[in-house]
Structure formats: structure tokens, C-alpha cells
Design a protein around this ligand. Structure first.
Ligand SMILES: [Fe+2]
Length: 94
């Protein structure tokens, strides 16, 4: 059984991992918009990895008899700048 403090910390971490996944997914979508499929693919892989982290924490909480408390995921603040080596004409800042 998890102590309430540990359970709370694990749930906070699950939320952080899911937010990270969401942020990477937004970056992937942005790169898709910009016709940068390789960047988009890499960000998508990172998104998937962060989601896997969340699922591992989730599994741990469940296996220890704790309660998973999912929260809403904040919208990512996407204000991307161009990666080095790209023409600024092909990028915009949000
Ligand atoms: Fe992570």
C-alpha cells in the first residue's frame, strides 16, 4: 500500500508525464504543418515515450493498491522558433 504522500507524488508525476507527451505531440503537429516530417516523427516518438512513462507510473500505483487520479492536461504553450539552419521565411512564431 502506498502512503498518501507517495500516492499523491506518483499522481503528480503521471500528470507531468502526460503533459510532456502532450507538448511533444503539439511540437510534432507543428512540424507537420511546416513540412518537416523528420522532426515531426522524432517529436512523435518522444510523445509516445513520455506516455509510456506515465503508464509505468500508473501501473506501479495500481500494483501497490493505490488510486490513480488523472487530471486534465493543460494546453501546451507552443511558441516555437525555427531550428538552426532553416530559412526564417518558412517559419513563423506563434
Ligand atoms: Fe518522462
Amino acid at each position: 500500500m502506498l502512503s498518501p504522500d507517495i500516492e499523491n507524488a506518483m499522481n503528480t508525476q503521471i500528470a507531468a508525464e502526460l503533459y510532456s507527451s502532450h507538448l511533444y505531440l503539439a511540437m510534432s503537429a507543428y512540424c507537420e504543418e511546416q513540412a518537416l516530417p523528420r522532426f515531426a516523427h522524432w517529436f512523435r516518438l518522444q510523445s509516445d515515450e513520455e506516455r509510456e512513462h506515465a503508464l509505468k507510473f500508473l501501473r506501479h500505483v495500481v500494483d501497490r493498491g493505490g488510486r490513480v487520479m488523472l487530471t486534465g492536461i493543460d494546453a501546451p504553450a507552443v511558441g516555437l522558433r525555427q531550428p538552426q539552419g532553416r530559412s526564417s521565411r518558412r517559419w513563423r512564431t506563434r
